[in-house]
Ligand binder design. Structure first.
Ligand SMILES: NC(=O)c1ccc[n+]([C@@H]2O[C@H](COP(=O)([O-])OP(=O)(O)OC[C@H]3O[C@@H](n4cnc5c(N)ncnc54)[C@H](O)[C@@H]3O)[C@@H](O)[C@H]2O)c1
Length: 255
């Protein structure tokens, strides 16, 4: 049985990833800010049985939480095969680039880039120390965004942070290749989750009326989870540093 650590999986895309990896046969270990009782109930309602699940309330930006998340996972399941860096935040307020506050920049980049970096450092060291299984010590998947390359001037800090996640993917894919660890990136487009609930009307218009996506529908959390599952497959062993766009074709430049 493979062991998957997933951040931010009490709801939205992370919850769908936890469910998919669980259905693929993994034990899932989750850290999120959400209260443990509620999160565990939601995870169980999603069909994840308690004997193959660990939930720890914690913050990816806090080093002690990251270390304890790993320690608890290893104490319970013995090793870590998969890390999915999914936890992420949008700015609390959308502000024009000229008025972006330092506080908002630090918050968004702190969680999305520094938190992701810290989690990867923590877990990669554990993976390196493990014996390989079928020639691999682990797989790391970062959830970035189409904002990694798309300008939105009213949430520039988010775009900067996701471009940072893309560079982290490249850096760790390079650094960890010799350690038999593959690193990938999934770039979601517009996905129906609590994060996008506040801008539903805008995206309904863009997707359904204006055809901004070649595939004219909202992405679902399961669309992203399926991509993560594919990248974790052992048949991807000779690939690293690759990006999979889970975006209905949004990345295609069109005339
Ligand atoms: N929804 C979209 O359209 C979309 C598009 C592109 C990328 N993404 C990315 O996908 C990921 C998941 O997004 P979502 O839409 O499911 O968002 P969401 O807000 O619904 O869920 C994010 C989860 O991460 C957790 N989290 C936030 N900060 C954390 C921290 N410091 N430590 C631990 N957990 C933390 C939250 O509690 C929440 O459960 C994010 O990285 C997001 O940037 C989302």
């Amino acid at each position: 049985m493979k062991i998957a650590m997933i951040t931010g999986a009490s709801r939205g895309i992370g919850l769908a990833i936890a469910k998919q990896l669980y259905n693929d046969g993994c034990a899932v270990s989750i850290m999120d800010l959400a209260d443990a009782e509620t999160a565990q109930r939601d995870l169980q309602n999603a069909g994840i049985a308690p004997d193959r699940m660990l939930y720890r309330k914690g913050d990816i930006t806090v080093a002690a939480d990251r270390a304890d998340f790993l320690a608890q996972t290893v104490a319970t399941f013995g090793r870590v095969d998969i890390l999915v860096n999914n936890a992420g935040v949008a700015p609390r307020v959308r502000n024009d680039l000229l008025d972006m506050t330092e506080e908002s920049f630090d918050f968004v980049v702190g969680v999305n880039v520094k938190g992701n970096l810290g989690m990867t450092q923590t877990v990669a060291k554990q993976m390196i120390a493990q014996a390989p299984v079928n020639g691999r010590k682990g797989v790391i998947v970062n959830i970035s965004s189409c904002s990694a390359y798309t300008s939105s001037t009213n949430r520039g800090e988010y775009c900067v942070s996701k471009a940072g996640v893309s560079m982290l993917t490249k850096l760790f894919a390079d650094r960890l290749a010799d350690e038999q660890i593959n690193v990938f990136e999934v770039r979601p487009g517009i996905i129906a989750t609590p994060m996008t609930a506040g801008v539903k009307e805008k995206y309904d218009r863009l997707i359904l009326q204006e055809g901004v996506l070649p595939i004219r529908r909202w992405g679902q959390p399961e669309d992203v989870a399926n991509c993560v599952s594919l990248l974790c497959d052992e048949r991807m062993a000779y690939c690293t540093g690759d990006v999979l766009n889970a975006d209905g074709g949004f990345h295609i430049q069109r005339l």
